[in-house]
Write a protein that binds this ligand. Structure first.
Ligand SMILES: [Zn+2]
Length: 232
């Protein structure tokens, strides 16, 4: 059941996502919900994504849960965290999950100088390449905020911006139940669900992931990973 604060959170995040979408330069947004391009003809697929990792407090346990449940997810990793915990990034890759970049230092991209922006994006890619042997083609903007210049820079690096469809504000310690209820209320075919890794929300993220997978399976959903569009 959704509480009033859940409803407020969902409305707010929906509005912010739409606002972000309207600011995003043309050609970089895959559609109103982005789900259209991800639905592969088969129905009832959800896309589980984790931002901000890797972290020792979350990544390993998440990988164990995903393996046990036979679910693949997409991890948007922060370059600096990958440099600190390369073995965790490698384990994500070895588990068959998709890996995207979430920048190197989680700065607000429009606030960076052109040089700093390019350096940040390249450093993140280098860290991910060193740890996993793969070059990320997907990018999730820190705070969901991107401008023309950052979008062009990503295009030059042949990277694709990935937004979201279901965002339960789980970077705050709102409690496992709140995260699960918010995500459950928006489970629809093609939805991209964003969850966050982090020390202060480790238990919430782990328990919510378990419960979200259980509920989704009960409702007949399967999970997919995000792959770059064929045009890249
Ligand atoms: Zn983030």
């Amino acid at each position: 059941m959704l509480t009033i604060s859940d409803r407020f959170s969902l409305l707010k995040m929906d509005w912010l996502t739409k606002a972000g979408q309207s600011l995003l330069p043309p050609g970089h947004w895959a559609g109103p919900s982005q789900s259209e391009v991800l639905v592969d003809g088969d129905n009832k697929t959800l896309y589980l994504t984790f931002d901000d990792g890797p972290f020792p407090e979350t990544t390993e346990t998440l990988l164990e849960i995903l393996e046990r449940e036979e679910v693949l997810a997409t991890f948007f990793l922060i370059g600096e965290h990958v440099s600190r915990y390369p073995e965790l990034a490698e384990r994500v890759s070895r588990g068959g999950h998709a890996i995207g970049s979430h920048s190197n230092k989680h700065f607000l991209l429009p606030a960076l100088s052109a040089n700093a922006l390019e350096k940040d994006l390249r450093s993140a890619n280098a860290a991910i390449e060193d740890a996993t042997g793969q070059t990320p083609k997907l990018f999730r903007p820190p705070y969901g905020i991107i401008d023309n210049r950052s979008a062009q820079c990503l295009k030059d690096l042949e990277m694709e911006i990935v937004y979201w469809g279901s965002v339960p504000e789980d970077w705050q310690a709102v409690g496992t139940n709140r995260v699960v209820e918010r995500v459950s209320s928006s489970m629809q075919n093609g939805k991209l669900i964003v969850l966050h890794e982090g020390k202060h929300i480790a238990e919430q993220t782990i328990l919510a992931t378990q419960e979200i997978i259980a509920r989704a399976k009960k409702r007949g959903f399967k999970f997919g990973i995000i792959s770059p569009s064929a045009s890249l």
